[in-house]
Design a protein around this ligand. Sequence first.
Ligand code: SF4
Ligand code: SF4
Length: 444
Amino acid sequence: MTTPASNGIVARLREGGVVGAGGAGFPVHVKWAAKVDTVIANGAECEPLLHKDAEIIEHFAAPVLDGLRLAAEATGAGRLFFGIKAKKKAAIAELEKHAPSRRVELSLLGDYYPTGDEFELVHAVTGRLIPPAGLPLEVGVVVNNVESLLNAAMASEGRPVTHKFVTVAGAVGRPATFRVPLGVTFGEVIAAAGGATVEKAAIFVGGVMMGRLTHDLGEPVTKTTTGLIVLPEEHHLVGRMTRPVASMNRIGKSACDQCSSCTEFCPRYLLGYDVQPHKVMRALGFSALGSDFWSKWGDLCCSCGLCTLYSCPEELYPKEACDQAKSRMRQLGQKWRGPDLPLQPHPMAEGRRVPLKKLEQKLGILEYEQPAPFDNRDWAPRRIRLPLKQHAGAPASPVVGPGDRVTAGQKIADVKPDQLGAPIHASIAGRVASVTEKEIVVEA
Ligand code: SF4
Ligand code: SF4
């Protein structure tokens, strides 16, 4: 039942600009408007080398758990779970101090990839399987990343989202996790971690499995930047990710031997969903070179990247083939949900899980697996760039103009009440230097 109190929380989240901080950027106030019986804090963090969620829990367990209680209050949920990997001992110790008084049950998870995927997490914690192409709320669950919950707790006290936790790892002097003002550059954050230790560096934004590659040190941190993984330009992963799609398709068409290893290790397939990347590769093989191709077998793929970066013995690109097939289906207005049968996890699902260490070994990044402790330094950037689109939905529209003076935490852009999206707030005090269609620049 929606109550005035829960309405109030949802309104404060919206005003505070709280969006999914785990990378998705979905406005949290929209999620919390649903009525469910269970809320889950997602602290499963499974992207290799990223440690920001564990650091947040270790240092801010009480407010994160307060955020989870607020989620329960807003959604009417009676059961509160915290999903976290059993190996995160220090973070679990902090949770154990504060969870019982808030009636939160800990759900300890194995160290596999992709444990943090919502479909995986909901199944591991509740035993429920989200319908194909569905949402957790269809099985009575709302899932929030731990940083989103921390931001929600702060927004409930009138403190909007102005900062982001970011892990910097890989080939840097001192891997660390920082809480940085939104809009500082990747270059500033990497410098704070001791700088790149290689001459020519490539940066994976958000992780090597599901993130993207950039070389632009001037890019700003946004509400969805979770981590910056610095790797040498000549690293095998950089080469694989910079290959043009036409070339990925060309080698896929000629070299895929239909061994189906990509399908046999696909986490969604193992959960019982009708994802079969080897059939997507087969469809690619029958398409004209370079043309769009269609295959329903990729539609329920979550783009976790395991098939491309771990399972395929020939180093082909089934994940990228699935991405193209999905995009083609979207263009055609088609959606595949699989056969109309009850979902049934594969009998070998447990045995085929991919341990994180094994994955890191295969990726050639095991040497970079180090702690990234929280560095609570003060940041005083002279200039910040705030993109107007750093959330799912419509971009925000500026509510300030060039020359305006702004205070830290002041709203500088907003979306219309009927639009999906979230407002953006200044992360530093200063003067608005410029406003464009894409971003607002503030100088201290
Ligand atoms: S694992 Fe590689 S070679 Fe085997 S079917 Fe999949 S894409 Fe083809
Ligand atoms: S990226 Fe590959 S392994 Fe991951 S869900 Fe998609 S098809 Fe399955």
